[in-house]
Design a binder for this molecule. Structure first.
Ligand SMILES: Nc1ncnc2c1ncn2[C@@H]1O[C@H](COP(=O)(O)OP(=O)(O)OP(=O)(O)O)[C@@H](O)[C@H]1O
Ligand SMILES: [Mg+2]
Length: 277
């Protein structure tokens, strides 16, 4: 669906933010893009809907080259973007007005607009707030409202750039649940975060960047096996148990999996102890 070929990008001031990036994203995939501050995540995702175009190399979305100006409108409908700060993304005085903005620009008939607004707000769990002012919502609700605005354009793919970074843990969970549901309903998700723990259970693939380059690409389990620091607390615990001689997997990041692994290891110890008398 998205092909990135040998993409390099230099900002006008000379900063080389992306350096020969190659990557493809399949329809329906959930890709998490991770990496330290300034490694180029935002610059990369801004290329996916032609907010930026390559200095070198190319990006294509469903076969449309992002450098081809005639396709930009189409590309922006295919790839929707949600950013870190929801306050800056609102244009309407009520939630429904705000979500209707995109479909209105598509010049859709009024009843189709109404359908899309209701469906999008329902999908993010905010239908009952449709007459509320976006600015009166909580941080997590605002972020879900911003997602509804993107959904109303019916994009194939949704890019979310550090959308939970300003939220408390509870609202973060609600936003992540919403994103997971969208993925399950078939949307392609590209999720930028510095919080590796929140995304390991959700992502099909982890793409880790460093200094404008892709450093690692693979499943969450392979990612964990490849790193030594910045690992989730639960994985760390499993590594410590393993080092102490417990027969547990150390690429586990979900509490339920860790629980089962520990139970198994304890049963095994019990059997061994009783076998030895
Ligand atoms: N408008 C700009 N002009 C010049 N350099 C920029 C601009 N925006 C970003 N950069 C630089 O490009 C590099 C990549 O920045 P980018 O914002 O893509 O990183 P990031 O991984 O999204 O970081 P963060 O985690 O802080 O959001 C950094 O060195 C940054 O300072
Ligand atoms: Mg960024």
């Amino acid at each position: 669906m998205i092909h990135i070929n040998n993409l390099s990008y230099q900002y006008p001031d000379g900063t080389l933010a992306l350096d020969s990036v190659d990557m493809s994203i399949d329809k329906g995939e959930f890709v998490a893009l991770i990496g330290k501050n300034g490694c180029g995540k935002t610059t990369l995702v801004r290329h996916l809907n032609a907010l930026l175009t390559p200095t070198e190399g190319s990006v294509s979305v469903f076969g449309m080259d992002t450098k081809d100006k005639s396709g930009v409108w189409n590309i922006r409908q295919t790839v929707g973007m949600v950013f870190q700060n929801p306050q800056t993304q609102f244009v309407g005085t009520t939630l429904e007005e705000d979500v209707a903005f995109g479909p209105e620009n598509l010049k859709l008939p009024p009843n189709e607009i109404r359908k899309r607004v209701d469906r999008s707000l329902r999908e993010v769990g905010l239908l009952e707030y449709k007459t509320h002012a976006p600015k009166a919502l909580s941080g997590g609700q605002m972020q879900r409202a911003a997602i509804a605005g993107v959904l109303a354009m019916e994009p194939e793919c949704i890019v979310l750039d550090e959308v939970t970074s300003m939220l408390d843990p509870g609202s973060r969970g609600n936003v992540l649940d919403t994103i997971q549901q969208l993925h399950q309903s078939g949307k392609t998700i590209i999720y930028v975060t510095q919080r590796i723990e929140e995304i390991l259970p959700l992502a099909d693939r982890i793409v880790s960047m460093n200094n404008g380059k892709i450093e690692f690409m693979g499943t969450p389990h392979k990612y964990l096996a490849s790193v030594e620091s910045d690992i989730p607390a639960i994985t760390n615990l499993m590594r410590k148990l393993k080092a102490k001689g417990f027969d547990v997997r150390d690429d586990v990041f979900a509490v339920d999996d860790a629980f089962l692994e520990i139970l198994k290891a304890c049963d095994k110890r019990k059997t061994e102890t009783s076998d030895n008398g």
